[in-house]
Ligand binder design. Structure first.
Ligand code: MG
Length: 305
């Protein structure tokens, strides 16, 4: 075989596997996994040995966004028969300690880090492409609730640029819910005038931030919901001031069964990804995520008959 033919052969094999990596079956159940310490999620090796069918993978640190790491992740998932549904991006310097800390540090809204984070996000899209992924999710930050706020227009413009970059990679962007009511999110998405911008709906975040009723919000944003985090939480006494409390899916105020029923009724066909935080106790985190995945499979069989 000539060297040109060999290169073509290996490129063909690589494209073949990458195509497989994007073949996500509707309503597949999985967990969030992290390759390194960048962001929360279940450690990758633990996640792929939990017995789940899918993972959503956190973007690793910039130094790990390489072809070698992508090949390693793909090979290990293939070995276990696990599909990767999408990538979740995050940024260095973000803090989720308090609600004001989120406002000041998370996503594209804080002015001081905008340029740097735009660049970071492009690099995450490129790494997701190496994994054959067509979707990147992220927290955009606290979008101003008033569309006349200058920051609203600024964030719309930045999002347009990122959507166009992702589109060049054949990708969609999913905005994670939590910091704004459903009507604000719909207004924001419409303002971007982009057809590759959707929602990763996390019902627990709306409770944790004390923002809005999660199931009513789901009905409002349903046409844009292409992926979900199955996460649960209990309301804080001082809603919107103190954090609510995150609990295993099915044990909080979300109403897990009704959440899945509304997804069914609104024609949702994306992945059902369990999110369980609690990084201080990784064994418990993994166990509770596995239990939640089993609960979802049971409910799914009842609801999607
Ligand atoms: Mg989430």
């Amino acid at each position: 075989m000539t060297s040109v033919k060999m290169i073509s052969f290996f490129l063909g094999v690589s494209l073949f596997w990458n195509t497989l990596a994007t073949a996500v079956e509707p309503l597949v159940v999985g967990v969030i996994a992290r390759y390194d310490e960048h962001g929360a999620g279940i450690p990758f090796e633990t996640a792929i040995n939990l017995g789940v069918d899918a993972i959503q993978i956190k973007a690793p640190f910039p130094e790990n966004r390489t072809q070698e790491v992508a090949d390693e992740i793909l090979a290990k998932c293939r070995e276990k028969g696990i599909v990767i549904t999408s990538m979740q991006s995050g940024f260095t310097g973000e803090s989720y300690k308090t609600i004001p800390a989120v406002r000041e540090t998370v996503g594209l809204v804080p002015r001081a880090t905008r340029a740097e984070r735009m660049e970071q996000f492009r690099s995450v899209c490129d790494f997701a492409k190496l994994l054959g992924l067509d979707t990147v999710c992220f927290h955009i930050g606290f979008i101003p609730h008033d569309p006349l706020d200058p920051d609203f227009a600024d964030v719309v413009e930045m999002t347009k640029v990122l959507c166009d970059y992702a589109k060049g990679n054949g990708q969609k962007i999913h905005l994670e819910t939590g910091q704004e009511p459903g009507d604000v999110l719909v207004t924001f998405i419409k303002a971007t005038e982009r057809d590759n911008l959707f929602v990763n709906f996390d019902p627990a975040n709306l409770i944790l931030y004390g923002c809005a009723d999660p199931l009513e919000t789901l009905k409002t944003v349903a046409p844009y919901v292409k992926s979900v985090h199955c996460k649960d939480a209990v309301w804080a006494k001082n809603k919107g001031v103190d954090w609510g409390t995150e609990v295993p899916f099915g044990e909080g105020d979300v109403n897990a069964k009704l959440f899945l029923q509304i997804l069914h009724d609104t024609g949702f066909e994306g992945a059902l990804i369990v999110e369980r935080e609690n990084r201080g106790d990784p064994e418990r985190q993994a166990l509770e995520a596995k239990r939640a995945a089993e609960l979802i499979k049971t409910l799914k069989a009842e609801i999607w008959k």
